[in-house]
Ligand binder design. Structure first.
Ligand code: GTP
Ligand code: MG
Length: 709
């Protein structure tokens, strides 16, 4: 396998909405370069990318796939990403290691919801962008409308490099405004014939060429001077100016394509070679400690892992980008995230499922290795002795959480191990063990994402699972003080039990005065694991209860607080004043006073106007202006308090306080209310009392559950 030097490597990510043609374009780029002799089709399940079973089943990409093509004397690494927003965990790492993003638009649909969503992620990575208007052969193709939408959504940096002479079924000619020539394709596509621009197109082509020259000139003073002097720039000067414009993200060149009919990919690859910036030209990468690492062949060997695949047969496959220096097969590197030493047992490049061995990889290149023992996605590996760690990848918070259970309980452990494996591959799968409900909760980007997780668990790990809504972590507290006492007595032969506790409980509040009318012998203030406070007072006088039994009483109280009397949810923010009791010289012991404390607390709690508290989330719901009405109505139907509405470009951001109990599968509803264009973030805000009506409902359903259990 040929080794390319760092000056002849370009890394591009194919991005865009679902079905715009990314996988087809990748296939065509390999075919046009002669790396494959037969062009596969997504429908025929025989493309280089989309090689996984589930992708064949779904007829679209589920994973990001690495491939490479070689055009003239450049190596172009391609990362084909999935367009579905749920699979953003595959797209983000690609954005992180690509030098240039190719955003594909479907000329028949224009800028789609998926395009806008991926564009928002692209904005965070500040990468140079090429826009490809694909499917120009489609019966509904509309280049002008698509271009206008691109300018509206992505701004004035959108720059026309080419336009189609016709579109739809008859599409076969492209006017190139840099080369000022017309490409004429045969029906089978492939290498076009170059022809002069016909008279009928001259005026339009020259006007657009002029715009392009000005766009190229505006990024460089020297070029601007040349332009003012000569009123023109030559091709090399234009390339120079366009490259600068791409680096400064003031120029997003637009190319014409029909990936399916193999028209336009050669010119696109030529432009990537000659103009798109390579890894060496990109700004130095940010390190975790705020330092910078420039991509150069002379630097220390540094790899950044961006994809991990757990293969039951061959073990873990790790894909990485060489961020600096070069690596050879068999070298030992240090994982800066885990401190472990890792040996690159094998070194290869990948083309879909194919692995092609290479002896070494240079700075800027992308490759893979297997069986690293302690390395996951977004880890930095470097030459021993160096201390370099690249900034981690920021993956989005989960948008949908569900309790996951193995259908066969015996497989729970296997399920957990499988989930940890899957998390290595896909960091957007989150796992959380809810201690108080004993539930394992998985988080994902949406219904599709969790269904794919279910499929993976069944197919790859042979574990069938069920999903269900997570229990709402309610809390219990009291609204007024109450007194209670309890005598626990068991003296039926053998070692007896006896303990009597008299206590008062009160709602606890920050900075409240010490309890009146009692003499405080001891006080404990506890921050409860499930939140809130418990303040426990020993106000026993006259030694009626020996101090050694105080911890027992406290244990009993805490036991009852863990599973509160209303719905079995943790209680919080209560102070307990033990002020009287009785003990028996022989039969009093730890268990007696634990039970007495527990029962006295329980009795007092039920008299203290107990209050169920529910978690309230703070939401930021971002929706297109035209769909705000429906979203507002839906939010109000979820007991939301609207805090404010703020315009943000073509979107409105609604801020609310909404009970968590009203948010199960909200991401799914929001997507359907907004045709996928609405997004939201949520974070815990506070606990608030539920209404009496809701409290009664929850208490009685808890009682029913208890009876049924
Ligand atoms: N007419 C026409 N159809 C195309 C073109 N490119 C792709 N298609 C078709 O569009 C459909 C989707 O193509 P893909 O390549 O799978 O699209 P994608 O962007 O990879 O989709 P995701 O993987 O879901 O993100 C397939 O049926 C292709 O055959 C094109 O240039 N013209
Ligand atoms: Mg695809």
């Amino acid at each position: 396998m040929k080794v390319f030097d760092d000056k002849h490597i370009k890394n591009v990510a194919l991005l865009g909405s679902h079905g715009c043609g990314k996988t087809t374009l990748a296939e065509t780029m390999l075919f046009e370069a002669g790396l494959i002799t037969r062009r596969g089709r997504v429908e025929d399940k025989n493309t280089v990318s989309d090689f996984n079973e589930i992708e064949h089943q779904r007829g679209s990409s589920v994973y990001s796939t690495c491939l490479h093509t070689e055009w003239r004397n450049y190596k172009i690494n391609i990362i084909d990403t999935p367009g579905l927003d749920d699979l953003v965990g595959e797209t983000i790492p690609a954005l992180r290691v690509a030098d240039t993003c190719i955003l594909l638009l479907n000329a028949a649909h224009g800028v789609e919801v998926g395009t806008d969503l991926v564009w928002e992620h692209m904005q965070r990575y500040d990468r140079p962008v090429i826009i490809g208007i694909n499917q120009l052969d489609h019966a509904n193709a509309d280049f002008e409308a698509t271009l206008a939408q691109a300018k509206e959504h992505f701004g004035s940096a959108v720059t026309v490099m080419q336009y189609p002479v016709e579109q739809g079924e008859s599409f076969h000619r492209i006017i190139d405004l840099l080369k000022m020539t017309m490409y004429v394709f045969k029906d089978a596509g492939g290498k076009p014939e170059k022809q002069p621009i016909p008279e009928s197109e001259k005026a339009r082509a020259e006007a657009l060429h002029k715009e392009l020259v000005e766009k190229a000139a505006e990024n460089d003073e020297a070029l601007m001077e040349h332009y003012f002097e000569r009123g023109e720039l030559d091709e090399d000067e234009m390339r120079q100016g366009l490259k600068q414009g791409m680096m400064q993200r003031t120029c997003f060149p637009v190319f014409c394509l029909s990936a399916l009919r193999n028209m336009g990919s050669g010119r696109l690859m030529g432009y990537i070679d000659n103009v798109a910036p390579g890894a060496l030209e990109m700004p130095a990468e940010e390190l975790a400690d705020g330092g910078r690492l420039a991509c150069s062949a002379d630097g220390p060997a540094v790899l950044f892992t961006f994809k991990t695949v757990s293969e039951p047969r061959s073990g873990q496959i790790t894909l990485f980008k060489v961020m600096s220096g070069e690596v050879r097969e068999g070298v030992d590197l240090m994982n800066d995230n885990t401190g472990s030493t890792e040996r690159l047992n094998q070194l290869f490049i990948v083309d879909g499922k194919e692995r092609r061995p290479v002896e070494r990889l240079m700075a800027g290149d992308i490759g893979g290795t297997i069986k690293l023992k302690d390395t996951a996605t977004a880890h930095t590996l470097h030459a021993p002795g160096a201390r370099i760690k690249l900034r981690p990848i920021a993956f989005p918070e989960p948008r949908l959480r569900q309790v996951i259970r193995a259908k066969d309980q015996k497989l729970e452990e296997k399920l957990h191990a499988a989930l940890l494996e899957i998390q290595k591959e896909d960091p957007t799968v989150t796992l959380q063990y809810m201690r108080e409900t004993g539930q394992q909760v998985v988080g994902g980007q949406g219904e599709l994402h969790l269904n794919l997780l279910k499929w993976k668990l069944a197919d790859k790990y042979k574990v069938d699972v069920d999903f269900s809504a997570p229990r709402i972590p309610y809390r219990e507290t009291i609204r007024r003080a109450a007194e209670a006492s309890y005598r626990h007595k068991k003296q039926t032969g053998g070692s007896g039990q006896f303990g009597e506790v008299h206590l008062r409980i009160e709602p606890w509040a920050e900075d409240m005065p010490e309890p009146a009318g009692v003499s405080i012998r001891g006080k404990e203030v506890m921050d409860l694991a499930t939140g809130g406070k418990l303040v426990f007072y020993n106000c026993i006088v006259g030694g009626v209860i020996d101090n050694k039994f105080m911890p027992s009483i406290l244990k009993g109280v805490m036991e009852k607080m863990e599973k509160g009397p209303l719905t079995g949810s943790p209680a919080r923010d209560i102070r307990v004043i033990v002020h009287d009791g009785k003990m028996h010289p022989v039969d009093s012991n730890d268990i007696s006073f634990r039970i007495a404390g527990l029962m006295a607390f329980k009795d007092a709690f039920t008299q203290a106007h107990p209050q169920l508290m529910e978690p309230i989330q703070e939401l930021e719901v971002r929706v297109p202006e035209d769909l705000m009405g429906d979203v507002m109505t839906d939010l109000q139907g979820r007991r939301s308090v609207i805090l404010g509405i703020e315009g943000q470009g073509r979107h409105q951001v609604i801020r609310t306080y909404t009970p968590l109990a009203e948010l199960d599968r909200y991401s799914t509803t929001l997507r359907s209310l907004t045709q996928g264009r609405g997004t939201y973030t949520e974070r815990f805000h506070a606990y608030q009392p539920v209404s009496a009506e809701l409290q009664n409902k929850l208490v009685s359903s808890h009682k029913e559950e208890e009876v049924a259990a």
